[in-house]
Design a protein around this ligand. Structure first.
Ligand SMILES: Cc1cc2nc3c(=O)[nH]c(=O)nc-3n(C[C@H](O)[C@H](O)[C@H](O)COP(=O)(O)O)c2cc1C
Length: 326
């Protein structure tokens, strides 16, 4: 008999209705994107883009990082930092702005983040990591997660220490992206290394990497992880979580038509304009055109047209001309 992969999950003190999670995606997972995801549901929570504790502690942090939309479900604030006191104070701000979960980024490979001893740099300093996790634990009773990457072929042998630091520091669960911080996205997900972390951890492990359909979800869950975090798979396809749920329950899922995908694209960018301003939102919106075009099964050539768009009205017209029944 088919054993369901998708089920409610207890993370820390909170019971979530699904074990699927929307990943933090810099430049993408602000409130408008998350509201599109919640229109379809099927997940436990969405994560914000990574925001440094220092940025949240500014007198006037950019609204994009703090704003939680009215139509959102549970939200995780993903923080980066290397200073326990700053992280503690950043948690207070996140909680005041509606955080339901707190996560510490220990996977970001960007040089500007690593140079500040944050992100994936923390994976090679388990003592510091333990201090940060303990500080975050003292700052909140809400579910606390730490998002890491695997060892890869680095020979660091750091994962055992890292997993111990995170467990001992009092985190409620671990999220593991199955790539080393030096891997690019073409490198295959290292399922065997996720499985090793599952084995080594006393707290629940959420797997992450390359889930885009039901077979890839099955592959990830075969590592023994208790849930899955999805990043790029749901960009332009906010219904992916609902689609996976239907597949898990043996139900037929009807994907939105090209016209409906166009409406979602337009609603997404309109909300982005309300949050930021028109030119910035349209600039960011360019990157979404290829995802929405792919979801609507349009020819990829259409994307270059979206790069020329200068106003919401132009975008509306372009969408109505191109996102049509074939
Ligand atoms: C555009 C982009 C932005 C990302 N931003 C973040 C981030 O802010 N914080 C983080 O922990 N991971 C970030 N990631 C990594 C994702 O959360 C995720 O771990 C990775 O994409 C693998 O999952 P996927 O194969 O489902 O996309 C980012 C990835 C991409 C492609």
């Amino acid at each position: 008999m088919h054993k369901p992969l998708i089920r409610p999950i207890q993370l820390g003190q909170k019971l979530f209705e699904s074990n699927l999670i929307q990943a933090p995606l810099a430049g993408v997972s602000c409130a408008p994107f998350r509201e599109m995801i919640w229109q379809f549901g099927g997940l436990a929570y969405c994560a914000t883009e990574m925001v440094s504790a220092k940025t949240l502690l500014l007198r006037r942090p950019p609204k994009r990082y703090l704003y939680k939309g009215q139509n959102e479900g549970p939200l995780c604030f993903q923080l980066s930092g290397d200073n326990p006191d700053e992280l503690r104070r950043a948690v207070d701000i996140a909680l005041a702005n509606g955080a339901d979960v707190i996560d510490l980024n220990c996977g970001c490979p960007m040089p500007k983040v690593r140079h500040k001893n944050c992100g994936s740099k923390l994976l090679s300093n388990s003592h510091k990591l333990y201090q940060l996790v303990s500080a975050l634990r003292k700052a909140t009773d809400k579910p606390l997660s730490i998002k890491i990457r695997v060892d890869g072929d680095s020979g660091d042998q750091c994962n055992t220490d890292v997993v111990k630091a995170i467990n001992d520091g009092g985190a409620d669960f671990l999220i593991v992206h199955g790539r080393h911080w030096t891997d690019d996205y073409e490198t295959s997900v290292r399922y065997d290394e996720i499985a090793k972390i599952v084995e080594a951890s006393n707290i629940p492990v959420i797997g992450n990497g390359d889930v885009k359909d039901y077979p890839s979800l099955q592959k990830l869950m075969a590592t023994g992880c208790v849930g899955a975090m999805i990043g790029r798979g749901s960009v332009g396809r906010p219904w992916l979580f609902a689609e996976l749920q239907a597949a898990d329950q043996g139900r037929v899922f009807t994907s939105p038509t090209a016209v409906q995908v166009g409406e979602i694209f337009l609603a997404h960018i309109s909300k982005l304009i309300a949050l930021e301003n028109e030119s910035r939102a349209l600039l960011q919106g360019r990157q979404f055109s290829k995802y929405y075009a792919r979801a609507a099964k349009l020819n990829a050539d259409v994307c270059h047209k979206f790069y020329q768009v200068k106003s919401l009205d132009e975008l509306r017209a372009l969408i109505s001309d191109n996102f049509r029944m074939s």
